[in-house]
Write a protein that binds this ligand. Structure first.
Ligand SMILES: Nc1nc2c(c(=O)[nH]1)N[C@H]1C(S)=C(S)[C@@H](COP(=O)(O)O)O[C@H]1N2
Ligand SMILES: [Mo]
Length: 195
């Protein structure tokens, strides 16, 4: 039910945000085709290197996390149940090197989003294949998307298929187009001019 005036829920809505019904779709590209036979997830840059097929990736240890979504276009959606694998688990298996301080999480059509490794290693950051118990719909990033609950939702790369580990920060798709590098919703870090 949509309970706009529930104080406990209101306390979970950052400044300038409102609750949405449903789940809006925001995509800067078409939906990439997904073929489980040819799909690969790769780790590049400052790590030993890794590559998983879809079946191999799905066999990684599963975690379930419920978290809130805050999109910079001002909608928030509470209590999303995600199943997937922790970013930290993937990074560990890829043999992340100590020099890695940042990463870009990438998708087809040149989408990427940058974050510090510390942020990505948080225990609520995962690559999700299910939402509310159902396989993630292609329009929402299926088969696999990153979920970073503590940042605006553009940091949560849909159709994620690569992590590039870096020893410096490098702005991603929206971060070079006028959006904030850090993107904390509770600080309303929306635009790069605020930095
Ligand atoms: N690959 C990719 N990931 C993306 C985007 C995109 O255009 N391409 N849009 C981002 C933005 S701006 C938001 S708000 C969320 C939207 O996710 P949704 O469409 O599932 O609501 O995905 C983020 N991840
Ligand atoms: Mo967004």
């Amino acid at each position: 039910m949509f309970r706009k005036k529930d104080p406990a829920m209101a306390a979970r809505i950052p400044p300038g945000q409102h609750l949405t019904r449903g789940w809006p779709v925001l995509s800067a590209s078409p939906i990439p085709p997904f073929d489980p036979a040819t799909w690969r997830f790769r780790c590049s840059g400052l790590c030993n290197g890794a590559e998983w097929t879809w079946d191999e990736f799905r066999a990684l240890p599963q975690t379930s996390i419920t978290s809130d979504i805050h999109c910079v276009t001002a909608w928030s959606k509470l209590d999303n149940a995600w199943d997937g694998v922790l970013f930290s688990e993937v990074a560990k298996r890829a043999g992340i090197k100590p020099e890695a301080t940042h990463a870009l999480v990438k998708a087809p059509y040149d989408y990427d989003a940058n974050l510090p490794i510390d942020a990505l290693m948080d225990d609520d950051v995962l690559f999700a294949w299910n939402h509310d118990g159902e396989p993630l719909e292609p329009k929402h990033g299926g088969p696999l998307r990153l979920v970073v609950p503590k940042r605006y939702f553009w940091k949560s790369t849909k159709w994620a298929n690569e992590i590039e580990f870096l020893d410096h920060d490098q702005r991603g798709f929206w971060e070079v187009r006028g959006y904030h590098n850090d993107a904390f919703p509770w600080e309303e870090q929306r635009y790069s001019w605020q930095e």
